[in-house]
Ligand binder design. Structure first.
Ligand code: ADP
Ligand code: ZN
Ligand code: ZN
Length: 739
């Protein structure tokens, strides 16, 4: 774009009322340093407060006469500017997910300021491994951090210090001590670190099916075909090895790669596999990095000094110049959807980034999201399967325990006889067990403990939630009905809300097995920094017999000594008031089952439930993804839920309940008048009040995503016309969670 007379600038304030480009004059002395995307400061508003902003365009004309226009104030040297393609990407995000342009610009710019870059350090072993073995023998058992580092040094001559800190949970003091003893040296990561050259895993012979994937993707790429691929393969089937080989081919072609892995699955072992293969060409970008470390990554990517970035969702925006591939592992994970505006989905955004950069996208999962598998069925994505476990471990034996029978037998505890007996057995054998409570946030549904009946909305087929006013309510459509005292199916009195927390379970386990050592992992026990890693390593070090926890315990980690996994009440995630509840339950149960028997001993899995015949539970127990997919996608088709159709969730919030309700209602009325899409609601949100802010939601359903985008644009546009607005409105396309 040629530079026009005036610059159009988006002000760095995330409010809809100022979310449009403002026109400024360009002072002569700044003309050379101002380009599309330049970060500038400008006087803004009545008081001419100096604000930051980004140049998003130029023009020769202005609605205001020139003497009324203000001048750009400065181009701060410290600020990072955007490139054209980033502005284009931000515009795409804003259009497809809503939110302000300014918020979208910030999303695509993961690092804001040029600050002193912090060069990563590496720990370099200085002695022979035989020497390390001796030190391990001499090391007192209570120095567990020192032991962990020494054990890691047996396998690796060089370990990035960040990984030792973050993933092995080893403090600087421990590292410095070993340095003083001459066992390790601490160095800046050099250009040629020596990592990634000598390691045996370089030369794995790919299986035929692995080769087929790597070769097809590479051949497509070489032929100028930039597809999205989905690899459906159980854990241990060799997906990561496939990613590594695709990346290798990209590097050989002078291209770069972005690898997304959910933060919780970014384990030391996985990261070391990448370092061992690609050395210092790898950058890891996670939430614990300092601004200086992040800036170092950003700079290296821009300058072409690194070729691979591994990280969670936001690593997607690392600005490589020659991007060849974006890999998304555990593609089904909910964390790939941003929960703050703009609520973008990393998978769809990756596909767009790949389109803009002529790159390929490779998705992988053991339990593909219904969304992705659907696209693989319709041909939008290309599907590959990996069917064998290369590690040779057997899939565990999964049993379903019908909790209704327990009640009949007079056992009212949350641990069935069968699970109790297996726990006892494992304790006597010195093997470890995990008890999993698949509960997320609030689950206010009502169910019968005698027959399993669950109260559902007659219109939306999602569970009704018990509201504070004592009524049962649907958070999709607002349908309301009186709470019930006896089960309409069987007449039992045991019908109530479903509540059991990790703490109660731990108490109960301690009572049943007084000598068992337990560890608990949930939102409470993982509040502090590093506490998550600490609990994991304590369990790995066999400091406990039973680990009790929420879904945090079933993701990512390999516990070799665990031979029993108990799912206490599969119903808890099954009947969340959300159409995605069965999908999430299937994924969670499959993941939980995958935790049993990772070592040499085959494992047992016990799934306790009041609904033993529910398809999400039976298919998970048979390890049958395809069966589950067929049934679930049929249901989505029937109900027009995504991926068969699309949904837009609009949340209106504010301090005055009547105003919030009124605005939500007016919006619904207007949409019903001007658009053909189906509007459901408004209804109070599942969390209808937080910190005295009232929240109402409504849903819009349409087969066509772009219709929903048009409705969002219409609502945003009409909002800017309300002068003194006291309510906030936010948009969530194809929501991951019920609001
Ligand atoms: P996934 O990512 O699907 O869980 P991985 O790529 O981690 O699977 O592979 C599981 C295990 O099998 C790893 O220990 C890996 O080193 C090993 N592995 C992968 N591919 C091969 C292969 N072609 N030959 C031998 N071992 C392999
Ligand atoms: Zn009943
Ligand atoms: Zn409803």
């Amino acid at each position: 774009m040629s530079k026009g007379k005036y610059a159009n600038i988006i002000i760095d304030i995330s409010h809809e009322n100022v979310d449009r480009p403002y026109t400024y004059r360009i002072p002569d002395e700044l003309r050379d340093s101002i380009d599309l995307g330049t970060s500038v400061t400008v006087p803004f508003g009545m008081g001419n407060t100096i604000r930051k902003g980004f140049v998003v365009g130029f023009s020769d004309y202005s609605e205001l006469s020139e003497d009324k226009l203000k001048f750009i104030d400065s181009v701060p040297e410290k600020n990072i500017s955007l490139t054209d393609s980033r502005i284009e990407l931000a515009a795409w995000i804003k259009r497809n997910y809503g939110g302000t342009f300014s918020a979208a610009l910030k999303t695509v710019l993961p690092v804001k300021q040029k600050i002193k870059a912090v060069v990563p350090k590496i720990i370099v072993r200085q002695v022979e491994t035989s020497e390390v073995e001796k030190l391990i023998e001499l090391c007192p058992a209570r120095s567990s951090a020192r032991l962990r580092l020494l054990n890691a040094l047996l396998y690796e001559a060089i370990i990035p210090k960040r990984l030792a800190n973050d993933k092995l949970h080893i403090s600087d003091a421990t590292i410095v001590k070993l340095n003083e003893e001459g066992v390790v040296d601490i160095q800046d990561m050099p250009k040629n670190s020596g990592m990634g050259q000598t390691v045996s895993c370089n030369s794995l012979n790919l299986s035929e099916s692995q080769k087929n994937i790597v070769n097809s993707v590479t051949a497509d790429y070489d032929n100028g075909i930039y597809n999205t691929y989905l690899i459906y393969g159980i854990t241990g089937s060799g997906k990561t090895e496939v990613y590594i080989n695709i990346i290798n081919n990209m590097l050989e072609r002078g291209k770069q790669a972005i690898v997304l892995i959910p933060e919780i699955a970014l384990t030391y072992q996985t990261l070391m596999r990448f370092y061992n293969r690609f050395g210092e060409r790898v950058m890891v970008m996670n939430s614990t990095l300092s601004q200086g470390e992040k800036y170092e990554c950003y700079k290296k990517a821009l300058n072409g000094e690194a070729d691979i970035v591994i990280g969670p969702r936001s690593a997607l925006f690392v600005p490589f110049k020659n991007l060849g591939a974006i890999i998304i592992d555990e593609e089904h994970e909910g964390t790939y959807k941003s929960e703050t505006a703009p609520k973008y989905h990393a998978r769809e955004t990756a596909v767009e980034i790949a389109r803009m950069n002529k790159a390929v996208v490779v998705l992988g999962s053991a339990t593909p999201s219904i969304d992705a598998y659907y696209k693989a069925q319709t041909g939008e994505y290309k599907l590959f399967e990996l069917n064998e476990r290369l590690t040779g471990n057997q899939l565990p034996k999964v049993e379903i325990v019908d909790l209704r029978n327990e009640l009949r037998r007079g056992n009212r505890s949350i641990i069935s006889e069968r699970l109790g007996a297996l726990l006892e057995d494992r304790l006597s054998k010195g093997q470890q067990s995990m008890l999993f409570i698949n509960r997320r946030g609030i689950s206010g549904f009502i169910s019968c403990r005698a027959c399993g009946f669950v109260v559902k909305c007659p219109h939306c087929d999602v569970s009704l939630s018990l509201h504070k006013n004592g009524k049962l309510m649907c958070h999709y459509c607002g349908y309301e009905t009186e709470n019930i005292k006896t089960c309409p199916e069987c007449g039992s009195k045991y019908i109530s809300g479903f509540k059991a927390g990790t703490e109660q379970v731990e108490d109960m386990v301690n009572k049943m097995f007084p000598t068992a050592r337990t560890l608990r992992m949930d939102a409470d026990t993982t509040k502090e920094k590093d506490s998550y890693e600490k609990i994991i390593s304590r369990f790995l070090d066999k400091e406990a017999d039973i680990l009790i926890g929420t879904q945090m315990i079933v993701k990512g980690h390999d516990f070799k000594n665990v031979t029993l996994v108990g799912v206490l009440a599969a119903d808890m995630s099954l009947f969340e008031a959300d159409f995605k509840a069965p999908e999430r339950t299937f994924q969670l149960l499959t993941q939980a089952a995958g935790r049993a028997g990772r070592g040499d001993v085959a494992g047992n899995v016990v799934i306790q439930t009041y609904q033993p015949e529910h398809y999400a539970i039976t298919y998970a127990s048979k390890h049958d993804y395809n069966g589950f997919y067929d049934e679930e996608s049929g249901y989505r088709d029937l109900m027009d839920y995504p991926p068969a159709g699309h949904m837009l969730n609009v949340m209106v919030s504010g301090k005055k309940e009547e105003e919030v309700n009124l605005l939500a209602t007016q919006m619904c009325t207007a949409i019903r008048k001007y658009f053909k899409s189906l509007v459901i609601g408004p209804a109070p949100a599942a969390l209808s009040r937080i910190n005295d802010i009232y929240r109402f939601v409504f849903y819009i359903k349409d087969k066509n995503y772009n219709e929903l985008v048009d409705i969002k644009d219409y609502l945003e546009d009409s909002l800017t016309k309300i002068k003194k607005r006291t309510c906030t409105v936010s948009f969530d396309f194809d929501p991951q969670n019920m609001q």
